[in-house]
Design a protein around this ligand. Structure first.
Ligand code: FAD
Length: 473
C-alpha cells in the first residue's frame, strides 16, 4: 500500500495521464483499472474520472497540450494491427516524458501501456524481450530478481522502454552507449498493419535506422535488450568542483567511475555537485577520497537542485545497492527532477567538451535566471543512424529550465549559436530551435532514415508536425 507521501508524489504524473485514459473516447474501463489499479485506491480513481472530462491530454511536464484527446489503448499486437489499419494518421504515445511535440498528433493516439509484460528472458543469449508498453521501472526489479541488469539507465526509471529508445535517451558514462544501444531486436507494426522483425544480427542497416525511430518507422510492439549479470553500485556526491578543474582534468574526471554527472547553475566558476556512480567489482570501483579535484565529499544525500528534497533521489553516501537503484538519479514512485520544468540538451563531440562548456559558461548571466540546473554527461559512440552519438563519443550539456517558454525560446538560439561550431546535435525529445537545415547537416543519416520510413510508411501515417518540419521537410 502506498502512503500519502508517495501518492502525492505520483499524483502529478497521473493528472495528465488520467485525462488520456478517460477523455479518450475509446479506452475501456477495464484497461483503465488495470493501468492504475496498482497504485491508486478506489476514491482516488473516482476523482480521476470526475476530473477527466475537464482536462486536456498533456505531456508529463504539462507544458504541452496534445492536439487531440482521441486515444486508443491496445492490449495485444492484433489490436495494434487492427487499429493502425483503420487510421489515416496516428502517433504512438509512450509515457509522455518528451518536452516538445515529437509525440503529438492532431488525429489520434495509440497507447501500448497495457502491453507491459516480459515476453522472454533468454539467459544463454543474454537478452530479454518485452512488450513495448513496459517501463524501465517495471523491467529493472524483474531483471535483478532473475540475476540480470541492463548496462545503463536515464535519470529516471519512469519512462517507457520503447519511447526512450525511440529518442536515443541516455544516462552517463564514457564507456556506456545510450539506452538504444542495448536494443538487439525490434518487432514493428508497419503502416499497412504488417509485422516486421528487425535484428542487429540479421538486418544491419535497416535495424540501425529503425532503433532510434522517433515514432516515424512504425509502432514498436516488442523490444529485445542485451542484458548482463546483475551488479551492485555505490553513489557518491561531491560539492563545489572548481570550473578550473573541469578545464584542466575533464578526461580524468569523466574516467573516474562507471557514470559521472556534473551539475552547475553556471555561476561562481564552479559545479555545485558531481554525482559519481561506481560499479562494484574488479578494477571498477571508485575510491571515495574526501577531496575530488578540489570538490568535497558530501555529508548527506543531495538533490541535483540543492534546494529540493533528496527524498526523491536514489541513495548516495556510498551505500551499496543494486544497479537500478543507483543508475537513475530519481527514485521510482517519486517525482523525478523538479516537476514543473522544461528541458533542452545538446550533444557535443567529446573532443570539444571543454570548449563547449566554456562557451556556455560565457552566457551565464543570460542562462542562470531561467535555469533550475545544468547537467553534463558523457556517452559512448554508437552506430544508430539518428542517435546523437552516431559515430562520435559525446558530452551532453543539459538544461532544466523554469517553465517559462517565451524566455527559454529566446535563449535557445543564443545557446545553439555558441554550440554550432561544435556541430552540436539536439536531443530529439527536448526543446530546441535548431533549424531543419542544420539538423540535416549534423544528423548525416537523415536521407537514409527518410527512405527507411517511406518503405514502412509510404503515405506518412505516422508523421506529425514535428516530423514533417524537422525530418521530412
Ligand atoms: C524528468 C525527466 C527526466 C529525463 N531524463 C532524461 C535523461 O536522463 N536522459 C535522456 O536522454 N532523456 C531524459 N528525459 C527525456 C525522456 O526520457 C525521453 O524524451 C523519452 O522519449 C521519454 O520516453 P516516453 O515513453 O515518455 O516517450 P513519449 O514522449 O511518450 O514519446 C516519445 C517518442 O517515442 C515514440 N514512441 C513511444 N512509444 C513508441 C512505440 N511503442 N513505437 C513507436 N514509437 C514510439 C513517440 O511516438 C514519440 O515520437 C527526461 C524526461 C523527463 C520528463
Amino acid at each position: 500500500m502506498y502512503n500519502s507521501r508517495v501518492l502525492k508524489a505520483v499524483e502529478p504524473e497521473f493528472s495528465a495521464a488520467t485525462v488520456d485514459r478517460c477523455v479518450a473516447t475509446i479506452m475501456n474501463k477495464r484497461n483503465f483499472i488495470r493501468l492504475f489499479g496498482t497504485v491508486i485506491a478506489g476514491p482516488f480513481l473516482s476523482r480521476l474520472f470526475a476530473h477527466a472530462s475537464e482536462t486536456k491530454l498533456k505531456n508529463w511536464a504539462g507544458n504541452l497540450d496534445y492536439s487531440t484527446d482521441r486515444l486508443y489503448s491496445a492490449n495485444s499486437v492484433e489490436e495494434v494491427r487492427n487499429y493502425v489499419k483503420k487510421q489515416r494518421q496516428l502517433k504512438v504515445l509512450g509515457t509522455r516524458h518528451c518536452f516538445n511535440n515529437i509525440a503529438d498528433s492532431r488525429h489520434s493516439f495509440l497507447s501500448l501501456k497495457p502491453m507491459d509484460e516480459v515476453v522472454a528472458l533468454d539467459p544463454a543469449a543474454h537478452t530479454v524481450t518485452v512488450n513495448a508498453g513496459m517501463t524501465y521501472g517495471q523491467l529493472c526489479p524483474y531483471l535483478h530478481s532473475k540475476g540480470f541488469a541492463v548496462h545503463n539507465l536515464a535519470s529516471l526509471p519512469h519512462i517507457s522502454i520503447a519511447g526512450a529508445c525511440s529518442t536515443a535517451t541516455h544516462g552517463s558514462g564514457e564507456k556506456n552507449g545510450n539506452l538504444a544501444t542495448a536494443v538487439s531486436a525490434l518487432e514493428i507494426v508497419t503502416a499497412a498493419g504488417d509485422i516486421v522483425k528487425l535484428s542487429r544480427q540479421q538486418d544491419g542497416q535497416a535495424f540501425r535506422g529503425a532503433v532510434v525511430g522517433l515514432g516515424a518507422v512504425g509502432v514498436v510492439t516488442k523490444v529485445t535488450l542485451d542484458i548482463q549479470p546483475t551488479f551492485m553500485m555505490r553513489q557518491y556526491v561531491y560539492e563545489n568542483l572548481p570550473l578550473a578543474a573541469v578545464k584542466d582534468h575533464f578526461d580524468a574526471i569523466e574516467a573516474s567511475a562507471y557514470s559521472v554527472s556534473l551539475f552547475t547553475d553556471w555561476q561562481n566558476q564552479r559545479f555545485s555537485e558531481v554525482w559519481i556512480k561506481s560499479r562494484d567489482g574488479a578494477g571498477q570501483a571508485f575510491d571515495a577520497i574526501p577531496e575530488f579535484f578540489g570538490a568535497t565529499l558530501a555529508a548527506k544525500n543531495l538533490h541535483p537542485i540543492a534546494e529540493l528534497s533528496a527524498e526523491n533521489c536514489t541513495e548516495q553516501m556510498g551505500v551499496p545497492g543494486p544497479w537500478f537503484e543507483r543508475l537513475p538519479h530519481f527514485r521510482m514512485g517519486f517525482t523525478p527532477s523538479a516537476g514543473k520544468e522544461l528541458q533542452s540538451e545538446y550533444f557535443v563531440p567529446r573532443q570539444h567538451a571543454v570548449e563547449a562548456i566554456l562557451a556556455v559558461e560565457r552566457l551565464r548571466d543570460q542562462v542562470t535566471p531561467h535555469l533550475l540546473i545544468t547537467e553534463i554527461r558523457a556517452i559512448a559512440r554508437d552506430d544508430l543512424w539518428l542517435s546523437p552519438c552516431y559515430e562520435q563519443a559525446c558530452v551532453t550539456i543539459h538544461f532544466t529550465w523554469k517553465q517559462d517558454w517565451p524566455a527559454v525560446r529566446s535563449l535557445l538560439p543564443v545557446i545553439e549559436k555558441e554550440l554550432a561550431p561544435f556541430k552540436a546535435r539536439p536531443h530529439w525529445g527536448k526543446l530546441f530551435t535548431t533549424p531543419p537545415g542544420e539538423l540535416k547537416s549534423v544528423y548525416t543519416r537523415l536521407p537514409d532514415f527518410i527512405q527507411l520510413c517511406k518503405k514502412y510508411d509510404p503515405q506518412g501515417k505516422f508523421r506529425n508536425e514535428f516530423l514533417s518540419t524537422n525530418i521530412f521537410n
